[in-house]
Design a protein around this ligand. Structure first.
Ligand SMILES: [Zn+2]
Ligand SMILES: [Zn+2]
Length: 106
Protein backbone atom coordinates (compact mmCIF):
# COMPACT_ATOMS: atom_id res chain seq x y z
CA UNK A 1 0.00 0.00 0.00
CA UNK A 2 2.81 2.40 0.90
CA UNK A 3 4.37 1.71 -2.50
CA UNK A 4 1.07 2.43 -4.20
CA UNK A 5 0.75 5.76 -2.39
CA UNK A 6 4.29 6.66 -3.39
CA UNK A 7 3.38 5.91 -6.99
CA UNK A 8 0.29 8.15 -6.81
CA UNK A 9 2.34 10.92 -5.19
CA UNK A 10 4.99 10.74 -7.87
CA UNK A 11 2.31 10.81 -10.57
CA UNK A 12 0.74 13.88 -8.99
CA UNK A 13 4.16 15.47 -8.80
CA UNK A 14 4.70 14.83 -12.48
CA UNK A 15 1.30 16.23 -13.35
CA UNK A 16 2.10 19.36 -11.37
CA UNK A 17 5.39 19.77 -13.26
CA UNK A 18 3.63 19.35 -16.57
CA UNK A 19 1.21 22.24 -16.06
CA UNK A 20 3.98 24.83 -16.16
CA UNK A 21 2.93 26.78 -19.21
CA UNK A 22 5.27 29.22 -20.80
CA UNK A 23 3.91 32.73 -21.16
CA UNK A 24 7.02 34.66 -22.23
CA UNK A 25 5.74 35.26 -25.77
CA UNK A 26 3.59 38.15 -24.56
CA UNK A 27 6.51 39.97 -22.96
CA UNK A 28 8.71 39.30 -26.00
CA UNK A 29 6.05 40.88 -28.22
CA UNK A 30 5.99 43.90 -25.90
CA UNK A 31 9.78 44.19 -26.10
CA UNK A 32 9.64 44.00 -29.90
CA UNK A 33 7.16 46.88 -29.85
CA UNK A 34 9.62 48.85 -27.68
CA UNK A 35 12.41 48.45 -30.26
CA UNK A 36 14.24 45.35 -29.00
CA UNK A 37 15.78 43.36 -31.84
CA UNK A 38 17.91 40.45 -30.64
CA UNK A 39 17.69 37.46 -28.29
CA UNK A 40 20.58 35.47 -26.90
CA UNK A 41 20.09 32.09 -25.26
CA UNK A 42 21.30 32.00 -21.65
CA UNK A 43 21.49 28.39 -20.48
CA UNK A 44 20.21 27.60 -17.01
CA UNK A 45 22.55 26.46 -14.27
CA UNK A 46 23.53 22.86 -15.02
CA UNK A 47 21.75 22.70 -18.41
CA UNK A 48 20.84 19.54 -20.29
CA UNK A 49 22.51 18.73 -23.64
CA UNK A 50 19.80 20.44 -25.71
CA UNK A 51 20.07 23.67 -23.74
CA UNK A 52 23.85 23.57 -23.54
CA UNK A 53 23.99 23.39 -27.35
CA UNK A 54 21.95 26.59 -27.62
CA UNK A 55 23.88 28.58 -25.02
CA UNK A 56 25.01 31.93 -26.41
CA UNK A 57 23.14 31.58 -29.71
CA UNK A 58 21.59 34.75 -31.03
CA UNK A 59 18.39 35.13 -33.00
CA UNK A 60 16.45 38.02 -34.40
CA UNK A 61 13.62 38.76 -31.95
CA UNK A 62 10.97 39.06 -34.66
CA UNK A 63 12.02 35.72 -36.15
CA UNK A 64 11.82 34.11 -32.71
CA UNK A 65 8.29 35.41 -32.25
CA UNK A 66 7.18 34.48 -35.77
CA UNK A 67 8.53 30.93 -35.49
CA UNK A 68 7.21 30.20 -32.00
CA UNK A 69 4.74 27.41 -31.41
CA UNK A 70 2.22 27.13 -28.55
CA UNK A 71 3.08 30.65 -27.30
CA UNK A 72 6.26 29.09 -25.87
CA UNK A 73 9.40 30.60 -27.39
CA UNK A 74 11.77 28.86 -24.96
CA UNK A 75 10.00 25.52 -24.51
CA UNK A 76 9.42 24.99 -28.24
CA UNK A 77 13.17 25.42 -28.84
CA UNK A 78 14.29 23.19 -26.00
CA UNK A 79 11.76 21.25 -23.93
CA UNK A 80 8.87 21.80 -21.48
CA UNK A 81 9.92 23.18 -18.10
CA UNK A 82 13.19 24.51 -19.51
CA UNK A 83 14.72 27.02 -17.10
CA UNK A 84 16.88 28.85 -19.61
CA UNK A 85 16.47 32.53 -20.37
CA UNK A 86 16.63 34.91 -23.28
CA UNK A 87 18.76 37.99 -22.94
CA UNK A 88 16.93 40.52 -25.10
CA UNK A 89 18.79 43.51 -26.45
CA UNK A 90 18.15 46.41 -28.76
CA UNK A 91 19.97 49.55 -29.89
CA UNK A 92 20.23 52.05 -27.04
CA UNK A 93 18.10 49.88 -24.76
CA UNK A 94 19.06 48.18 -21.48
CA UNK A 95 19.33 44.37 -21.80
CA UNK A 96 16.33 42.49 -20.39
CA UNK A 97 16.23 38.89 -19.18
CA UNK A 98 13.16 36.83 -20.01
CA UNK A 99 12.41 33.36 -18.71
CA UNK A 100 9.38 31.09 -19.18
CA UNK A 101 7.34 33.36 -16.90
CA UNK A 102 8.23 36.53 -18.78
CA UNK A 103 10.47 39.47 -17.96
CA UNK A 104 12.61 38.86 -14.88
CA UNK A 105 12.40 41.86 -12.58
CA UNK A 106 15.91 42.62 -11.35
ZN1 LIG B 1 17.34 21.70 -21.06
ZN1 LIG C 1 16.82 25.03 -20.97
Amino acid sequence: MAKFLDLIRSMLGMAKEAVNTEVSLFDLQMLLDQGYTTTRWIASFDPCEICQAMAGQEWNLREVIDSTQYFAPLFCRSHPNCRCEFEVTGPGLPPVRVNWQGIIQQ
